[in-house]
Ligand binder design. Structure first.
Ligand code: GTP
Ligand code: MG
Length: 214
């Protein structure tokens, strides 16, 4: 029964135009749209994935970075399981503002939420304004997962979702094993995962995706 699939809510936060929707689209349907279409209010998608042999559903909440929509965001953050804070590696202010986005999560109801800092647009290396080191230091200090990606080329997306986020979900939320201590019988610390797509909001079904169907 579909309704019995455990679901986990992922929320994308970050300044306007840093690439939240683009990262989501790359992960969700392995697509990239070069023309900017600002998110209005909030977009929602869901995607079924398999972690350690267990089917789960990811509820993907894509927020709008534009100032006028900010007041809507806290109510969506409250029951999130995974918080993705995105900045643009070519815009220093977008990195500085990550603190603001992290502060917005102060009313989060879950103390086991997973936080992830994502530096996007690494295809624009010549315009880099935020070093890997400073972002890594910030993430370490806060206890966040950290990954740089390019939604445009897809670089780092699979590493981010499959190797880092799903691994941490398996460990923290005890997905796919009974005691939650050891996720992997072979002890190689690599989760076995398979993705399947669940479409929403009239999106066209498409095979592939960053992490499945390869
Ligand atoms: P809001 O919805 O307004 O908050 O913006 P957003 O954070 O969702 O940004 P969006 O994904 O719409 O991307 C903004 C612009 O950056 C678009 O023109 C994208 O094509 C572009 N963009 C996103 N990711 C990348 C990337 O990895 N590299 C490059 N070069 N451009 C990107
Ligand atoms: Mg958007």
């Amino acid at each position: 029964m579909e309704d019995e699939i455990p679901h986990y809510k992922i929320i994308f936060l970050g300044d306007q135009s840093v690439g939240k929707s683009s990262i989501l689209n790359r992960f969700y349907q392995d697509k990239f749209e070069p023309d900017y279409q600002a998110t209005i209010g909030l977009d929602f998608h869901s995607k079924n994935v398999e972690i350690q042999g267990t089917n789960i559903r990811l509820l993907l909440y894509d927020t709008a970075g534009q100032e006028k929509f900010k007041s809507l965001i806290p109510m969506y953050i409250r029951d999130a399981n995974i918080i993705l804070v995105v900045y643009d590696i070519t815009i220093k202010d977008s990195f500085i503002h990550t603190d603001h986005w992290v502060n917005e999560t102060k009313d989060l109801k879950r103390d086991d939420a997973i936080f992830v800092l994502i530096g996007n647009k690494i295809d624009l290396e010549d315009k880099r304004a935020v070093t890997v080191k400073e972002a890594e230091n910030y993430a370490n200090e806060k206890g966040f997962i950290f990954q740089e990606v390019s939604a445009k080329t897809g670089e780092g997306i699979e590493e981010l979702f499959v190797n880092k986020i799903f691994s941490e979900m398996a460990r923290k939320f005890k997905i796919g094993n009974e005691d939650g201590e050891e996720n992997n019988e072979e002890g190689d610390n690599q989760p076995r995962m398979k993705l399947d797509e669940q479409q929403n909001q009239g999106q066209q079904k498409k095979k592939g995706g960053c992490c499945g169907g390869k």
